[in-house]
Structures are given as structure tokens and as C-alpha cells.
Design a protein around this ligand. Structure first.
Ligand code: PEP
Length: 246
């Protein structure tokens, strides 16, 4: 599973250029879940072009609100489904830090979204927490929102150390692999249906380092920010994941 998070980037021209590069670079392969989450404004435009070009890319969003109605600026899960979006990212660290998103709020959103679209729940520790060796405690706390719940197999987790996002720094592939194993164990033991989730890694993944991550047993894919903004580099990462460019 490889998912692009465009954050607050994009324009109609950028989408056109991106798709041209993607189609020139992508080596066809079946089965991999490839998703892109542009800003809400561009979902329909992007989806129309993907359908026109016959590409196997799912459209998704970067967040969803917990209900509809008198909630100025919000987007509801029904709207997302209505626009043919297949997934939503939830709990991204930029939402947690810049927009003060709490575990409690994310938990409400997750409850609404989880049976309707594929939910990708982002978790990760800050640099300070990492330095104090608190990573596992922080992750356990963030994972507590799914404790005791029945979680569908479409649910996945993106482990995104905050200090690795957009910085060019990453944990070693082996360290990420250990953390992913830990996440899978925590989710399996704490959910009602003992689900073992797909766990993506996010944080400065690019064409040069992707292979080292994808070789690890417990890294099931990636959530990609910066390197997803160019169709060529995103397609190359998908190719690497598919074993095409190794
Ligand atoms: C992200 O913000 O989800 C992310 C992984 O960003 P980047 O790839 O730019 O580190």
C-alpha cells in the first residue's frame, strides 16, 4: 500500500503534470493499493482525470470531520463517499500540532469513518519523546483509541515519527521494523477482533531510501509527503514497492 499525502499543495496544472509523469514512469503491476490524498478542492478534478486515463489510483482525503450540519468549513464522511473517495487519513501529526487535534477528537472521527472508507490512522512520537526513549509509550497512548473495538481489515496505521517528516532524517529500517512489529502486537492484543493491521511507514521516504524500508518484514508500505508531489518520484516508489526497479 502506497499513499500520497499532498497536504496543502496542488493546482490544476500540477495535477496534469503529475499525471503525465506518473504515466510515463509507472511500470504496470496488479494488486498494490495506490492512493492519493490531494486537498479537498482538487478531489473531483483529480478523479475525473484518473478515470479518463484509466489509472488504478484511489482518491482519498487528508481528514474528515466527526459529523455534518452547523460546522463551518467541515467535510463529512457522507460527502467523502459521495465524491467517490475510498480512504481518509486521520490523526496526522500536522493536524495534532498545528490544529490541536486530540486523541479524543480523532477517536470520534475514526468511529464515524472506519466502516465507510479505508481509514489510515497516523501515529508517531516527537523528537523530544524519541530522545527520552518514550516512543513505545507514546504510540501505546495513541493506539488506545482503538482499544476494545472491532476493527475492519481495511484499517491501517501509518507510523510517522514527527522528527522524520519532511526533514530528510529517518530511523533505521531495522528500528522501524521493530516499531511496526510492536504496533501490530499492541493492536492485535487490544482490539476486540484481534486484528493485525497493515502498518505503513511515513517520514522522508524517497526513491533513494524506499527499497531499504520495503525489504523489512513488517513494513507494509508507505505514506509519502514531499516525494509524492512529483509524479515521477511517486511512480518510482510504487515501482520499487512492486519489485520493478530493485
Ligand atoms: C507526511 O507528512 O505524512 C510525510 C510522510 O511527509 P514526508 O514524506 O514529506 O516526510
Amino acid at each position: 500500500m502506497i499513499v500520497a499525502n499532498w497536504k496543502c499543495n496542488g493546482s490544476k496544472k500540477m495535477i496534469q503534470d503529475w499525471l503525465r509523469q506518473y504515466m510515463d514512469t509507472f511500470i504496470s503491476s496488479t494488486g498494490t493499493y495506490v492512493g492519493i490524498a490531494p486537498p479537498y478542492m482538487y478531489v473531483e478534478h483529480f478523479l475525473n482525470l484518473i478515470n479518463e486515463y484509466g489509472l488504478d489510483i484511489k482518491l482519498g482525503v487528508q481528514d474528515v470531520d466527526k459529523s455534518s450540519g452547523a460546522r463551518t468549513s467541515a467535510i463529512s464522511i457522507d460527502m467523502i463517499q459521495d465524491m467517490d473517495c475510498k480512504f481518509t487519513i486521520l490523526g496526522h501529526s500536522e493536524k495534532r500540532v498545528i490544529f490541536n487535534e486530540s486523541n479524543e477528537n480523532i477517536s470520534k472521527k475514526l468511529d464515524i469513518a472506519i466502516d465507510k472508507v479505508d481509514a489510515i490512522y497516523c501515529i508517531g512520537e516527537s523528537a523530544e519523546e524519541n530522545n527520552k526513549n518514550q516512543t513505545k509509550d507514546i504510540l501505546e497512548n495513541q493506539l488506545s483509541i482503538i482499544k476494545g473495538k472491532i476493527i475492519p481489515s481495511s484499517f491501517s496505521i501509518a507510523y510517522e515519527p514527527v522528527w522524520a517528516i519532511g526533514t530528510g532524517n529517518t530511523p533505521t529500517p531495522e528500528d522501524i521494523n521493530d516499531i511496526h512489529k510492536f504496533i501490530k502486537d499492541v493492536v492485535q492484543s487490544s482490539t476486540e477482533n484481534n486484528i493485525v493491521p497493515t502498518v505503513l511507514y511515513g517520514g522522508s521516504v524517497n526513491e533513494a531510501n524506499a527499497e531499504s524500508f520495503f525489504k523489512q518484514n513488517y513494513i507494509d508500505g508507505a505514506l509519502i509527503g514531499g516525494a509524492s508531489l512529483e509524479g515521477k518520484s511517486f511512480a518510482n516508489i510504487v515501482n520499487i514497492f512492486n519489485g520493478k526497479n530493485l
